[in-house]
Design a protein around this ligand. Structure first.
Ligand SMILES: [Fe+2]
Ligand SMILES: [Fe+2]
Length: 325
């Protein structure tokens, strides 16, 4: 174990392994799926049948599930703006053509396909007011975000570990619900996106595990800090036309809760998963402050469970301008 390292040095130690991270957790561009692999080809004779199938399923999709899918798409569409954030994180140098900057670019490039695919699919659905969706996306990028991470790589990696797991759950559930209704095309799309998110989650969890070996006290304190603030979703500033910043978020989150695509219970389960994965309970050689953080973290799932068990989601559906009436 090293003593009194600063973040930049720790990121420097890990940076030597970035090319192996790229190999292990990302897929070469020529081999990975592209949105057009999943979408009907407009030049094909079957296009009008495919389109009809997509539109029939879209019409039949329950309202909450449909707006959750749209919100997920918007979240993905705004994701490349997170790249510009990560590039400023301590220990990441945008000018580099190697190391962490390479990781951030390659990860963003994979992520960019998610919003691209979902956007094109939604356009074909015929049930979406695309202009309103585009306005929400533009606002989301325009309004910026505060994820509570500051420019601290440790906090950013906690955030991305959590977030990639959350998006994996959310896309996977939409896919499962789509499959149950017979909508094989959408199920496949959500399935391939969810699989990407699972790889990404593994990567970020691995980075945190590595930092825990090198700088355990500071890593645990950063984890505690993020959990005390509560992990906010990247779309928490979401709004639609005529609304103030963040006004739409709760309605979107309620819809996702009602259709069980992403719930308060998932939040707790992700936390438990991270605590297990990083073996937080068994990390040794901590400073006094870090031991307190460790204790706080280990008790947190139980405390959150009590709160979550008491909360109920409002039944009333909000009318999103994204959906054509
Ligand atoms: Fe994504
Ligand atoms: Fe992701």
């Amino acid at each position: 174990m090293y003593q009194n390292l600063v973040r930049k040095e720790v990121m420097g130690i890990l940076e030597k392994e970035v090319s192996s991270f790229l190999e292990k957790f990302l897929t070469p561009i020529e081999k990975i799926w592209q949105p057009s692999d999943m979408l009907p080809d407009p030049s094909s004779a079957d296009f009008k049948y495919d389109l009809e199938e997509i539109q029939t399923f879209a019409r039949e999709m329950p309202y909450d599930l449909f707006v959750t899918l749209i919100g997920d798409c918007i979240t993905e569409e705004a994701l490349p703006s997170y790249e510009s954030w990560l590039m400023g994180v301590e220990g990441i140098n945008q000018e580099e053509k190697v190391g962490w900057a390479n990781w951030v670019r390659a990860w963003t490039a994979e992520e960019n396909r998610h919003g691209d695919l979902l956007n094109k699919y939604l356009y074909l659905c015929g049930r979406v007011n695309m202009r309103e969706v585009e306005i929400t996306t533009q606002y989301l990028i325009n309004d910026g975000f505060d994820l509570g991470t500051s420019m601290d790589p440790y906090k950013n990696f906690v955030y991305t570990s959590f977030q990639e797991t959350a998006t994996n759950i959310s896309h996977r559930r939409v896919g499962t619900l789509a499959k149950q209704s017979g909508n094989g095309k959408l199920a496949k799309m959500c399935g391939v996106i969810a699989a990407d998110e699972a790889r990404h989650a593994k990567a970020y969890k691995h980075f945190v595990a590595k930092i825990l070996e090198i700088d355990p006290s500071e890593m645990i304190i950063a984890f505690e800090d993020m959990m005390r603030k509560k992990i906010v979703m990247p779309a928490h500033m979401m709004r639609q036309s005529g609304q103030k910043v963040g006004e739409l978020w709760e309605h979107f989150s309620d819809a996702a809760q009602r259709c069980m695509v992403y719930t308060g219970q998932d939040y707790i389960n992700i936390l438990k998963d991270l605590l297990d994965e990083w073996k937080i309970e068994h990390v040794k050689g901590l400073t006094e402050k870090a031991e307190k953080a460790q204790e706080y973290l280990m008790k947190l799932p139980g405390r959150l469970q009590k709160i979550t068990d008491r909360i109920s989601t409002p039944d009333q559906q909000f009318q999103f301008s994204w959906v054509k009436s």
